[in-house]
Design a protein around this ligand. Structure first.
Ligand code: ADP
Ligand code: MG
Length: 338
């Protein structure tokens, strides 16, 4: 017990001391010399893993500076977000907290770039170096935009934002090839009536070995949040399928969601949905066909009409007979119409 207390003291000490250690001061000094920074005007947030400061450049552009902590304790459980994808194959030592923070800042920078390129609203990244990341500040008159959890929303607005949010998740996965991996009302800002995605240091490439698990968890967080506003949300599996179905594109997305949300809401009581969601949370989701444990058994199950959790994800028709060309509910709809 004595040891535990000593450990805790040490880590507390380490965090306060390390946030503005001399390396960071040097780095900031250089940015002032270059005019990239002209003033730092206080702290926007002191989080568990980083502090965010409000600053201005020489030409008065508003900037958010995120300074990561080097506390070893917080970095211990981050390895799983870095290991398991090709972008960080070159990173060998994750035990050195200083190097680790550098990787972390670079990772957030590169993920913000991907969001920008894929057309997802997020702070525009400016630069990352050492322990810090400079990005566009989002807010008005120097006040940071509120987190989605603190936004005051009407019922109709929250319905619109639910739809916006799941379309953002689709875009992240399909246009940016990213899974956020910590998506919740805490890591989205509400700015000018829209959602802004932030805090993407832990976001992973969709080929990361745990990507599906992270995505399922994101789906769960989002669903739980919007349920509180009484939004008629999709089931977890329907949301997961929507994001991962390779036959959905920007042309058929609106029609798909209209049908899907309506269908989900008309023939299900909420208790049944709770049960289905609980089952989906426990299910094993193979990411590739090679990870399917018993292919023959699954094909037989599919033939007898059972729904397989991974068929949409790998782009197969419900009976696993051949690649799907369009989303199942749209295919069925057009069949009955003709
Ligand atoms: P943490 O790892 O501490 O959660 P975040 O990236 O979520 O770090 O940032 C912490 C907080 O700082 C956010 O919840 C938000 O309030 C504020 N913040 C972060 N980035 C910006 C930004 N670009 N513009 C305005 N506020 C921001
Ligand atoms: Mg955060």
């Amino acid at each position: 017990d004595k040891d535990r207390i000593r450990m805790k003291d040490k880590s507390d000490h380490a965090t306060t001391e390390n946030v503005l250690d001399s390396r960071i001061k040097n780095k900031l000094h250089k940015l002032f010399e270059k005019g990239i920074l002209a003033e730092i005007n206080g702290c926007i947030s002191t989080g568990k893993e980083a502090n965010v400061y409000y600053a201005k450049s020489k030409n008065k552009a508003e900037i958010a500076i995120k300074i990561y902590r080097t506390s070893i304790l917080t970095f211990k459980n981050r390895e799983k977000y870095i290991r398991g994808e090709y972008r960080f194959d070159h990173v060998h030592s994750l035990s050195n907290p200083r190097k680790m923070v550098k990787v972390w800042a670079e990772k957030e920078f590169s993920n913000l770039k991907r969001l920008e390129q894929g057309g997802v609203r997020a702070p525009r990244p400016i630069l990352s170096g050492g322990h810090l990341l400079l990005m566009e500040f989002l807010g008005s008159d120097g006040w940071a935009a509120p987190k989605l959890k603190d936004a005051v929303l009407t019922d109709s607005k929250s319905r619109i934002l639910y739809r916006e949010c799941i379309e953002i998740m689709w875009k992240m996965y399909n246009k940016c090839r990213l899974v956020h991996a910590d998506l919740s009302e805490y890591n989205m800002l509400y700015h000018n009536g829209s959602i802004i995605v932030i805090d993407v240091s832990q976001a992973v490439d969709r080929d990361h070995c745990n990507a599906m698990e992270f995505l399922r968890n994101d789906c769960n967080n989002i669903t739980a949040f919007f349920k509180k506003y009484d939004v008629g949300v999709m089931s977890l599996q329907a949301l997961f399928d929507f994001i991962t179905d390779p036959t959905i594109n920007e042309n058929n997305m609106d029609e798909y969601l209209d049908i899907c949300i309506e269908k989900e809401n008309e023939n299900k009581d909420s208790q049944q949905q709770e049960i289905e969601d609980a089952i989906f949370k426990q299910a094993y989701i193979p990411q590739r066909l090679t990870q399917v444990i018993n292919v023959e058994r699954d094909i037989n199950l599919a033939k007898s009409g059972q729904d397989l959790i991974y068929k949409t994800l790998i782009g197969l028709k419900a009976d696993l007979s051949k690649p799907a060309e369009k989303p199942e509910i749209l295919a069925n709809k057009h069949k009955t119409a003709s």
